[in-house]
Design a protein around this ligand. Structure first.
Ligand code: PFF
Length: 444
């Protein structure tokens, strides 16, 4: 395809970090541990690992490859892969764009809570207890204000464009976040009660297995790797041709899964420590209480047990989490924005504001109808839209796209591709196994 004058990530590492930045976010630290805690712990972990490597990784390669081949926004990239059916390709792109906007609308609410728990304890420490209380307790007004703050931040970064906006944010703070996580895991495991959580996370109890758990694990894997909604396709379109896509995708998947795993090692023990210290986590019937906000009651409770250092570590943690959430949210907003700038020839600044504004309005709708909409939108997007669209991309790559073109595109950054194992397995795997696996999960 024509390479045009589009911006590209300036280095291979820049891309890995940007794609990892999209992948690592609330899905790892809020979504995964919450799901694991509500679905029996270790059983969920194991099914999740299978989903990531058997289903999500091959599709990540597929999405990145479509994007890099198209070297354009998702609508155009999909049309380049399926020129005979431009209408259907366009519809797929639009579906991805709508789904990713809906994801951003709930994501911004949860990311807003991070601000609350970042600033709250500081205000509390300087005596502004009422403001702190407002920031840390659930209310529509707080959710609205903090969500708008997070959306503004996302809009401002995306306005600056890929290379200097997205890449710069993604390249720095990931290592720091990992180190902090390890320190926190080390601390929590010394606390009374922690071993119960560790056991729940690592020792499987097969009685927890259910078909519903498999669907949840699949949705979580798609959500965590940003699949099925064109985010990775757009990022693929910004990668240079000499990047080895299968290898890079594997690095991103491994990093993302490692962060989710470490977050589980932190949150599940922290839950039981908090329970030991009097915070209510499970109801009498054994169901998780207020699972959406679980992480936000467990972590502050942990920081409180750390004495003076807790304030500092808590602030650092929430700052890093805001940034991790931001590197994900910008990869979402970039999808509709890239379509508007290239398909509608709009100025990036204009596109960012009206699209960001619409998403903020939709998010406000969720804020004011939280009980009805929040869970519904999450389940519609992550358990249905992401896997179904992901399956369509797999079918596209497996059945529609000419095999020699796929080969040529991946070979650009991986000259010895045909000799390796990847090329022996992946094409028919994406063609046959991925769609069958997904259908099985759905019909189970
Ligand atoms: N992968 C992100 C996370 O785990 O927080 C969420 C996400 C980003 C989902 C981008 C979808 C997306 F397109």
């Amino acid at each position: 395809m024509a390479s045009g004058s589009r911006a590209h990530f300036s280095s291979r590492l820049g891309f890995i970090l940007a794609a990892a930045g999209s992948a690592v976010g609330l899905g790892n630290i809020w979504g995964f541990p919450t799901q694991a805690a509500s679905n029996g712990g270790a059983v969920f972990l194991f099914v999740y690992l299978i989903m990531v490597f058997a289903l999500a990784y091959p599709l990540l390669v597929a999405e990145l490859t479509i994007g890099r081949y198209g070297n354009a926004n998702p609508i155009k990239s999909l049309r380049a892969v399926w020129p005979q059916q431009r209408g259907i390709a366009t519809l797929m792109g639009i579906a991805g764009m709508i789904a990713v906007s809906m994801i951003l609308s709930f994501y911004a609410i949860v990311a807003g809570w991070l601000f609350g728990f970042l600033v709250g304890p500081v205000l509390d420490a300087i005596g502004m207890t009422q403001a702190a209380e407002w920031l840390e307790s659930f209310s529509a007004s707080r959710n609205l204000v903090l969500m708008i703050g997070f959306m503004l931040l996302t809009i401002l970064v995306v306005r600056n464009g890929v290379a200097n906006g997205i890449e710069r944010w993604s390249t720095r703070l990931m290592p720091l976040l990992l180190v902090l996580f390890v320190v926190m895991v080390g601390y929590i495991l010394t606390q009374p009660g922690a071993m119960d959580g560790l056991k729940m996370f690592l020792v499987p109890d097969p009685s927890h297995f259910s078909p519903k758990l498999v669907v949840s694990a699949m949705g979580q894997a798609f959500f965590s790797l940003s699949l099925g909604v064109c985010s990775m396709m757009v990022y693929g379109s910004y990668i240079q041709k000499d990047v080895n896509l299968p290898k890079t995708a594997a690095q991103v998947a491994l990093l993302d899964t490692a962060v989710a795993f470490i977050a589980g090692l932190l949150i599940l023990p922290a839950m039981f420590v908090a329970q030991h210290n009097g915070v209510e986590i499970y109801s009498e019937s054994g169901a998780l209480l207020s699972s959406d906000t679980l992480v936000f009651s467990v972590l502050p409770a942990m920081f409180e047990t750390m004495g003076g250092a807790g304030l500092f570590i808590g602030v650092l943690f929430f700052v890093l989490m805001v940034i991790a959430a931001l590197t994900s949210s910008i990869s979402m907003l970039e999808v509709p924005v890239s379509c508007a700038t290239e398909e509608l020839k709009q100025d990036r600044k204009v596109a960012v504001w009206w699209i960001g504004g619409l998403i903020t309005l939709f998010s406000a709708l969720i804020v004011f109808n939280f009980g009805e909409l929040f869970g519904l939108v999450i389940s519609l997007t992550t358990e249905y839209a992401q896997p179904i669209l992901g399956m369509m991309f797999a079918l596209l790559v497996g059945w529609v796209w000419k095999r020699d073109k796929v080969l040529q595109e991946i070979r650009e950054g991986y000259p010895e591709l045909e000799q390796g194992l990847f090329w022996k397995i992946w094409p028919w795997y994406v063609r046959v196994v991925c769609p069958i696996l997904m259908l099985m999960v759905f019909f189970a």
